[in-house]
Write a protein that binds this ligand. Structure first.
Ligand code: HEM
Ligand SMILES: [Ca+2]
Ligand SMILES: [Ca+2]
Length: 314
């Protein structure tokens, strides 16, 4: 029986966790999301990312949702999160509805996992059964948010190491990076590639020329830090495999996207090519890797709590 440090093997979570205590849980999450995404199509991407930033810091325990408090230094102020992660109002709305129907039952950590899955489905991506039963943390870690979420200018070795620490392998890294098939990134996260990739005041040579020129107009050398560009310029709202096709053409937005192909690791290079030609294969692996990521270090049993308000401990 494979017990991993986080990802692989037995987690104690199972899809039917709320079958008797809150059978409407799935529907309630989906109905709020349908409305939220219809109103703001980018919201699907933002909610998918929120689950990732939760799971990589202390595990999938909704630590990312906590605001500053007497004992809490909010993760929202960490480098990878500040002025960047969004979707808290949608999570609040889901939680409020669930509290009305099944008080003190469905955890914020499970809401994040369900919202990530439903956001994927509503964008045209794969469906999977979400293992449930996570409980919510009574702590947050600003410092771990700064050190355990990989940076956009990561090398392929950095990425592999950061994922390995969470029990995730190269297949998980390449498939989960495919989350960048939807959503946007700010100029500050890709400027280095345009103006000074290697400390020689030259752009990243792997960037395709016309794409590069377009990016420069969105992201000047100074200023415009918060200007945004799609991570998948071909279909930023559609969950598909064009992310990988674009990488093959030198049109991946972040260094962390491009190095999956050009980072000189044969396995990740091969996977990018495989997913670029076989969307079904990507969908299958994405679903599998999302379950693995969702299994990182959950609080179960009597550990943690079921928060009444996702922004604060009870
Ligand atoms: C492999 C390492 C990863 C790195 C270095 C990375 C980095 C980034 C960066 C820098 C942004 C833009 C943030 C901003 O400018 O505000 C971003 C956005 C995003 N990331 Fe990642 N990411 C990684 C993995 C993932 C994973 C595993 C997922 C989910 C499965 C994911 C989903 C997203 C989504 C959906 C967006 C767009 C969010 C929005 O539009 O609000 N990323 N990522
Ligand atoms: Ca967490
Ligand atoms: Ca896409």
């Amino acid at each position: 029986f494979p017990f991993g440090p986080g990802g692989a093997g037995y987690s104690g979570l199972f899809p039917e966790f709320y079958q008797f205590s809150c059978p409407q849980a799935n529907e309630i999450v989906m109905s709020v999301l349908e409305e939220a995404i219809a109103q703001d199509p980018r919201m699907a991407a933002s909610l998918l990312r929120l689950h990732f930033h939760d799971c990589f810091v202390q595990g999938c325990d909704a630590s990312v949702l906590l605001d500053d408090g007497a004992t809490i230094q909010s993760e929202k102020n960490a480098g990878p999160n500040k002025n960047s992660i969004r979707g808290f109002e949608v999570i609040d709305k889901i939680k409020a509805k669930l509290e009305r129907v099944c008080p003190h039952t469905v955890s914020c950590a499970d809401i994040l996992a369900l919202a990530a899955r439903d956001s994927t489905v509503l964008s045209g991506g794969p469906h999977w059964e979400v293992p449930l039963g996570r409980r919510d943390s009574k702590t947050a870690s600003l410092s771990k948010s700064n050190t355990e979420i990989p940076a956009p200018n990561s090398t392929i070795q950095n990425l592999i190491t950061f994922f390995q620490r969470k029990g995730l392998d190269e297949e998980d890294l390449v498939a989960l990076s495919g989350g960048h098939t939807i959503g946007v990134a700010r100029c500050v996260t890709f400027r280095q590639r345009l103006y000074n990739q290697n400390g020689n005041n030259q752009p990243d040579v792997t960037l395709e020329k016309s794409y590069y020129n377009g990016l420069k107009s969105v992201c000047p050398n100074t200023g415009g830090d918060n200007n945004i560009s799609p991570l998948d310029i071909a279909s930023p709202l559609r969950f598909d495999n064009t992310y990988y096709k674009l990488i093959l053409f030198g049109k991946g937005l972040l260094t962390s996207d491009e190095v999956l192909l050009t980072g000189k690791v044969a396995r990740t290079m091969e996977l990018v090519k495989n997913y670029a030609v076989d969307e079904a294969l990507f969908f299958h692996q994405f679903a599998e890797s999302m379950i693995k990521m969702g299994n990182i270090n959950p609080l179960t049993g009597s550990n943690g709590e079921i928060r009444k308000n996702c922004r604060r401990i009870n």
